[in-house]
Write a protein that binds this ligand. Sequence first.
Ligand SMILES: Nc1ncnc2c1ncn2[C@@H]1O[C@H](COP(=O)(O)OP(=O)(O)O)[C@@H](O)[C@H]1O
Ligand SMILES: CC(=O)OP(=O)(O)O
Ligand SMILES: [Mg+2]
Length: 394
Amino acid sequence: MDGPVAVVNGGSSTVKFSLLNGEQRLLSALLDRLGDKPGNGACAHLRDAAGTVLFQGPIPAQTHEEALDWLFAWLQRNDGGFEPAAVGHRVVHGGDRLIRPVRVTDEVIGQIEALIPLAPLHQPHNLAPIRLLATKFPDLPQVACFDTAFHATQSAIEKRFALPREYEAAGIRRYGFHGLSYEYIASRLAEIDPVAAAGRTIVCHLGNGASLCAMRAGRSVATTMSFTALDGIPMGTRCGAIDPGVLLHLMDQPGMDTRTLSDLLYKRSGLLGLSGLSGDMRDLLASARPEAAEAVEYFCYRIAREIGSLSAALGGLDALVFTAGIGEHAASVRARICELSAWLGVAIDPAANRVLHTPESRIHVLVVPTNEEAMIARHVRRTLALPPGSPRPL
Ligand SMILES: Nc1ncnc2c1ncn2[C@@H]1O[C@H](COP(=O)(O)OP(=O)(O)O)[C@@H](O)[C@H]1O
Ligand SMILES: CC(=O)OP(=O)(O)O
Ligand SMILES: [Mg+2]
């Protein structure tokens, strides 16, 4: 069984799809604006290995399944079909039992489905392409890789909420997410910076969804997201940590139902809610409106506070790593977070863009681009004992 590995990374409103030979991306597709209000219109963006745009524009689809159907038909027409050796999927929630990548079977599908209530905005969209491919290509091996799995190394005390014990037994505890990104970063640190690889390191995954992970020697010790991908720092449209009393009040006083509350917390809060302008950091940094600057300052401040908290969990700090859309590209955001963390001994050269720390800095500060798709492809090949493909990293 040789050939490329296909990777499907289903988000709440997007599907990211790649065909990888080893770690070389032969084709990548972004299927965007899925599940939006009718009329908003899904669109697709396809690129080849050289980055040349193969397709860009609206597609006749509304749901994740329809968009993937469109993609497979496109591949059939333009790329000689869809014949990967195997497919890997990012699945956001693995719960207590799915703590390593597994080959998809009916039983695994059932276990993933049972976790939908714990990740309502992500899990159904991870399951849909698994089901679709199982029906369309019944002989194609599929591997599910879990965002929560990387955090399985955390201590029992770290994973616990202060609720009566029976709730923990029912699975209500801290899980943590973005694990495939953290695992990829941990694997790269060994090549990039021995101090960050072996020491006490905080990785800031700052994308549209955002979290921080405290690692000791590349293993997760603590993270800001917990039971759901709402907790922790503010995000593009999610509020981050909030006093649960606020939720009780909103349910009680204006009588908000859970659907409206969920919409408020997941889709109308964070940078979007604070700025009243956009949840996209690019828009905020380009805006002259004071609300935009305030939202950015709030984002940096909350992250700096979490860096303090995670440093306590680690018993000190050796390295800070920035990754994902904002972490990789927004130099002014990184600089402000580092400025607020100066008390820890962080000092950077704001003009640098890979190794940021100055010779005087007590903390190493790095930018490491993440690649969840490459991590998933590695897991697929390991799980199915496929040949490694081209070892060339991206
Ligand atoms: N050049 C840039 N400058 C500042 N922010 C950026 C830039 N590019 C992307 N971003 C931010 O990164 C986010 C996307 O991050 P990414 O990690 O790709 O997202 P996702 O969470 O969808 O996987 C955007 O919503 C935007 O806020
Ligand atoms: C878990 C999570 O928040 O994922 P994303 O950043 O893709 O929304
Ligand atoms: Mg992401």
